[in-house]
Ligand binder design. Structure first.
Ligand code: IVH
Length: 675
């Protein structure tokens, strides 16, 4: 890139940074997510590192935050209020520790003791005490100069006005975080977007009586200048703070070694949702003040501390388009195609908008800036729209009333809610709607159905367009010669595909029913139906009956499922599919299994990823021993099996209901007992 273009890019980035800082520090508004802000700062720093000619007085390596607002008197900090470098991974921590060891010229095995302090996401404040009396309270401002917000800080109960303890230094600047508890935040009116903004906003009220109305809290964690403070460790300082009457973070710990830092990080990240204040990472500080002093600072951050950030789970991005996807059951799902954005380490470019009603309710439009959230394995979704950033010529999104297959769509009447469904659908035309047909084929070969390896979604889509497969039975009659001549295919891959298709010709009745993709017949219902109907013949004979009300006697099958099965049989293509599949597949009848297994009457549920074993395998192990799987946490559940990254809500619910929670190894032990 040319020098002037680099300069232009750099200046643009600095300008954005100034703007976001000013919005944040003066107006209490976060226009971009924390992760995007960190990324912008990182980009600028990297550019400066790469191109030495880039310089700006507003570079994040020089200033911290934005200049304080004009409402308050400015006061210089005797000791600057520094910022912290960020770590996002174990590798970053290893490097942080290496830098310290090198700096101190110690051997590789040198053990460093850290004070690990969950990082509260609030507003930092500096409290100056003289002879035990709180005299001046400052905001951070730009790190060098803060705002005098003494009167507002005085309204906070956690900030002692007088400290009588003999060990309290003659003069000290106690520093910590002002924040608001999530529960208290919920009780406030909707004036602020999040607890952090609420804390910041109320600290900047001109009238302290207004600040007093907000239940602000204060947690202390460090100090600026001091006279006569006789301690040598951060952990000792934290203890002293408590003795003096300050609150400290109850989750603070002393930890040695990166491995243990990681362990603590994982544990706290899991607990994060159940903590009543927002934390956005963990701060690690070298515990020994002597070492801290030796290490000193680099630019505006100490060498002896780092903030290990939790992965962000939302970000702001722009909707570039809204596409309508047609699912296997005909539901029209609007999907926002967004400008790719990194959310917690994953690049997201699609976010679901759920359904037509959701678009109307939130008034989501193409071109809008939206907050997108990604949590665990769940599909990213649009949380909110920033209508202020909308252009004046922006137009409401008109949801299509026709399916791309040409058919008019419908909204069904929901008998339970007595309302029209939120979801718009292509009437169930089975394989006659091209979009649905492709989705049904993908479902047919999917992991939980026939589980045909090597026939993934993209390949199904491609084969469909090439007319190689249109209906499920076509899969077993594929013209392999044609496949071999396709781009990306060769003799070996065709042999593999042939093998995996042929090996799935023997299938259980239950899987077969599920694979058909009948609406409202998921894995559980397919199992119930197969147990009761026993054979494919009996299932097919249902198609000749006018009245299926007999099925109502089956526990778990209701009118919704029966109507759906009826609909399925009303469609001639479906009947043809069934008939031809019966010819090519061997569908095993259900043999009556005795309920004499060791897990009889026991119910299980999974949350999180298992290791070295699929859920399907674990399920069948349970079922082989007469246990059963349920799909939600209720009193009927006996065991909740937790794997990696479990859904916190499920675990909390299970704890509340006193359900036994076991991990994978306990589950395997349970099974081993019987084998
Ligand atoms: S120490 C020199 N300790 O994180 C060290 N900061 O980006 C700087 N924070 O402005 C402060 N919890 O607002 C420290 N236990 C903790 C903290 C903490 C939250 C905030 C603080 C600071 C920012 C640094």
């Amino acid at each position: 890139m040319k020098k002037n273009l680099i300069q232009k890019d750099y200046k643009k980035k600095i300008k954005s940074l100034i703007y976001y800082n000013q919005r944040y520090y003066n107006d209490n508004i976060s226009e971009i997510s924390d992760s995007d802000y960190d990324e912008l700062k990182k980009d600028i720093i990297n550019l400066e590192k790469k191109y030495k000619f880039l310089k700006s007085k507003d570079s994040p390596t020089i200033t911290i935050g934005y200049k304080p607002s004009k409402n308050f008197k400015k006061v210089l900090h005797k000791v600057p209020m520094l910022s912290l470098g960020n770590a996002f991974s174990q590798e970053d921590l290893v490097n942080f520790e290496k830098r310290i060891i090198n700096f101190l010229d110690k051997n590789d095995g040198f053990e460093i003791e850290y004070s690990a302090e969950p990082k509260i996401d609030g507003i930092s404040a500096s409290l100056i005490y003289k002879n035990g009396k709180f005299v001046t309270g400052l905001s951070r401002g730009d790190g060098k100069e803060g705002e005098d917000i003494t009167e507002n800080l005085k309204t906070i109960e956690d900030i002692p006005d007088h400290i009588k303890s003999k060990s309290f230094p003659e003069e000290i600047d106690i520093r910590g975080e002002v924040f608001i508890k999530n529960n208290d935040f919920k009780k406030l009116s909707n004036k602020f977007a999040n607890p952090r903004n609420a804390a910041s906003g109320s600290l900047r009220q001109k009238n302290p009586a207004e600040t007093k109305k907000i239940p602000l809290k204060f947690i202390a964690y460090t100090f600026g200048h001091e006279k006569d403070l006789k301690i040598s460790l951060q952990s000792e300082y934290l203890k002293k703070l408590k003795q003096w009457g300050f609150k400290t973070n109850p989750l603070n710990k002393i930890i040695i070694g990166v491995k243990n830092l990681m362990k603590n990080y994982d544990e706290i990240e899991k607990e994060r949702e159940s903590i009543d204040f927002d934390i956005d990472g963990i701060v690690y500080k070298v515990n020994d003040f002597k070492l801290q002093k030796r290490l000193g600072n680099v630019a505006n951050a100490p060498r002896w501390a780092i903030a290990h950030k939790f992965s962000a789970n939302n970000a702001v991005s722009k909707i570039e388009n809204i596409e309508i996807q047609i699912g296997r059951t005909g539901a029209l799902t609007p999907v926002a195609k967004i400008k790719p954005v990194n959310i917690g380490g994953v690049v997201v470019s699609n976010a679901t908008l759920h359904n037509e009603e959701e678009i109307i309710r939130k008034d989501i439009r193409i071109g809008d800036f939206v907050v997108v959230e990604r949590a665990g394995d769940v599909i990213p979704h649009v949380v909110s729209v920033d209508a202020k950033k909308r252009k004046s010529d922006s137009k409401k999104f008109i949801f299509p009333k026709k399916c791309p297959c040409g058919f008019d769509t419908i909204k069904e009447f929901n008998k339970v809610t007595k309302k029209l469904d939120a979801v718009r659908r292509c009437p169930d035309r089975g394989f006659d709607c091209d979009k649905m047909a492709k989705e049904r084929l993908k479902h047919f070969v999917s992991k939980e159905a026939l589980n045909i390896e090597g026939l993934g979604k993209k390949i199904v889509e491609n084969f469909w367009h090439l007319n190689l497969i249109r209906l499920p039975q076509d899969i077993f009659k594929i013209d392999y010669n044609k496949v071999e001549n396709l781009e990306g295919w060769g003799k070996q891959s065709v042999t593999n595909l042939k093998y995996s298709i042929n090996s799935k010709k023997n299938i259980s009745f239950e899987k077969f029913i599920f694979a058909l993709g009948i609406r409202h017949i998921g894995l559980e219902n397919a199992k119930i139906l197969s147990k009761n109907l026993k054979s494919l013949k009996n299932f097919i004979s249902l198609s000749k009956k006018n009245d299926l009300s007999d099925l109502l006697n089956i526990d778990g099958i209701g009118e919704t499922q029966i109507n759906s099965i009826k609909n399925f049989f009303l469609n001639d293509t479906n009947k043809k599919v069934l008939k031809e599949l019966e010819e090519v597949l061997v569908v095993k009848d259900v043999s009556t299994k005795k309920n004499d297994g060791f897990l009889n009457n026991k119910t299980f549920m999974f949350t999180g990823k298992l290791s070295g074993m699929s859920r399907a395998e674990a399920k069948s192990l349970i079922e082989e021993n007469s246990g059963s799987i349920v799909s939600n946490v209720s009193k009927k559940l006996n065991y909740l099996i937790i794997g990696e990254k479990p859904t916190k809500r499920k675990v909390i619910n299970a704890k509340e209901l006193k359900i036994e929670i076991i991990d994978q190894s306990q589950f395997l032990k349970m099974l081993n007992k019987i084998s």
